[in-house]
Design a protein around this ligand. Structure first.
Ligand code: NAD
Ligand code: UDP
Length: 329
C-alpha cells in the first residue's frame, strides 16, 4: 500500500472554502495535490499558501465540460469531488449549471477514477434529507426533498450524484465513498458567500443590521472546518467494505437566534437584529446522527461552537473585508 507521500490526489473544487483547507492538509501530509476549479465561488486568495508548495498544482477547468487532457490523461490515487457552489443564494444564480455540476461533473470524475484506478470521494450534503421529518437525521432516512423548488438544483443534483457513485460501486468500477456534510463554517468562508455564519459575522463586525430569516427558531448543527476535513480524510482512508453514505457534521443543534447571540457576545457588536422572510423550502431542523462515523471511522468533531466562532471571527477581522452586501440573498 502507498503512503500518503507517494500519492497524487485530485481535489475538484479545491479553491473553495472546504477544498482549500483539504488541499492544505493533504500537502502537509506530503501528497502531490492537483486542484481543479472553475473559480465560480472559489477564490485565488484561498490558494495563497498552497501556490508556494512544489507539490501543488492548479488547473482551471469546469467539471461540467469534458475534463482537460492534462487531467484526463493523468493517474491519480485519490479523487475528492468538492466542486459545487454550496451557498443557497450562489447555487441558485445558475441552477442549471449547479445541477449539471453534480450530475455531469461527478460522472466525468467517476469515469476518470475508473480509468486510472483512483479511490473516489463525493462530498454530498445534509440537503439530501431536505426539510426532514426524521430527527436527528440518520443515513437510512430517505429524506423529504422538493424536486421542483429553488433548492432542488442542489439537493437533487447531490442525490443523483450519490446514485451515480453507488452504481459505480455496484458495477465494480472502483472504490467509492460518500460523505453527507452538514453545515460547516470557519476561516475562508467568503464574506459575500451568503451563508448564515459568514453573513452574521461580517455584519456584526461591520456594525450592520444582522439579518435573521424567519423568526430564527429554525436549527442547524454547525461543524468547524478542521473537523469536517478530518472526517473527509478518514472516510477516504476507510478500507472496509462499502459503508454507504456517512454523515459528517456536529451533532450539537442550535437555533439561528442562538448562533446570532453567540456571535454578538464574542464580537461585542451592538448590531441590531432584523427579521427577513424565510426563503422557500428552508429546512426547519437539521442535526446529524453521527453514530456511523464514530463507529466506522472513529471520528467525531472536537471543536466547540465557541472555539470555532472565535477562530472564524479572528480570521474575518484580519482577512475579510467588511461586507456591505453580505445579507443579499
Ligand atoms: P465553495 O462554494 O466554497 O466551494 C466550491 C468550489 O467548487 C469553489 O471553489 C467553486 O469555484 C468550485 N466549483 C463549483 N462548480 C464547479 C464546476 N462546475 N467545475 C469546477 N469547479 C467548480 O463551497 P464549500 O463550502 O467549500 O463546499 C465544498 C463542497 O462540500 C461542495 O460540493 C458542497 O456541496 C459540499 N458541502 C459543503 C457544506 C458546507 O457547509 N460547507 C455542507 C454540505 C456539503
Ligand atoms: N439565514 C439567516 N440569515 C442569513 C443567512 C441565512 O437567518 O443571513 C438562515 C437560513 O434561512 C437558514 C439558516 O440560516 O435557515 C442556514 O442558512 P445557510 O444558507 O447558511 O445554510 P443552509 O440553509 O443551506 O443550511
Amino acid at each position: 500500500m502507498k503512503s500518503v507521500k507517494q500519492k497524487t490526489i485530485l481535489v475538484a473544487g479545491g479553491a473553495g472554502f472546504l477544498g482549500s483547507h483539504l488541499c492544505e492538509r493533504l500537502i502537509e501530509q506530503g501528497a502531490r495535490v492537483v486542484c481543479l476549479d472553475n473559480f465560480q465561488t472559489g477564490d485565488r486568495a484561498n490558494l495563497r499558501r498552497l501556490e508556494r508548495e512544489d507539490g501543488f498544482e492548479l488547473i482551471e477547468a469546469d467539471i461540467v465540460d469534458p475534463l482537460p487532457a492534462k487531467v484526463a490523461r493523468r493517474k491519480f490515487d485519490e479523487i475528492y469531488n468538492l466542486a459545487c457552489a454550496a451557498s443557497p443564494p450562489l447555487y441558485q444564480v445558475d441552477p442549471e449549471h449547479t445541477l449539471l455540476t453534480s450530475v455531469l461533473g461527478t460522472h466525468h470524475l467517476l469515469k476518470l477514477a475508473h480509468a486510472c484506478g483512483a479511490r473516489f470521494l463525493l462530498t454530498s450534503t445534509s440537503e439530501v434529507y431536505g426539510d426532514p421529518d426524521v430527527h436527528p437525521q440518520v443515513e437510512t432516512y430517505r429524506g423529504n426533498v422538493s424536486c421542483t423548488g429553488p433548492r432542488a438544483c442542489y439537493d437533487e443534483g447531490k442525490r443523483a450524484a450519490e446514485t451515480l457513485c453507488f452504481d459505480y460501486d455496484r458495477l465494480g468500477r472502483g472504490v467509492v465513498r460518500v460523505a453527507r456534510i452538514f453545515n460547516t463554517y470557519g476561516p475562508r468562508l467568503s464574506a459575500s458567500d451568503g451563508r448564515v455564519v459568514s453573513n452574521v459575522v461580517s455584519q456584526a463586525l461591520a456594525g450592520e443590521d444582522i439579518t435573521v430569516f424567519g423568526d430564527g427558531s429554525q436549527t442547524r448543527s454547525f461543524c468547524f472546518v478542521d473537523d469536517t476535513v478530518a472526517g473527509l480524510m478518514k472516510l477516504m482512508a476507510y478500507d472496509g467494505a462499502q459503508p454507504g453514505p456517512i454523515n459528517i457534521g456536529n451533532p450539537v443543534e442550535r437555533t439561528i437566534c442562538d448562533l446570532v447571540d453567540r456571535v454578538l457576545a464574542i464580537t461585542g457588536s451592538s448590531s441590531e437584529v432584523v427579521y427577513r422572510p424565510l426563503p422557500i423550502d428552508d429546512p426547519r431542523r437539521r442535526k446529524p446522527d453521527i453514530g456511523k462515523a464514530r463507529e466506522l471511522l472513529g471520528w467525531s468533531p472536537e471543536t466547540t461552537l465557541e472555539q470555532g466562532l472565535k477562530a472564524t471571527i479572528a480570521w474575518f477581522e484580519k482577512e475579510a473585508p467588511a461586507s456591505a452586501d453580505a445579507a443579499e440573498a
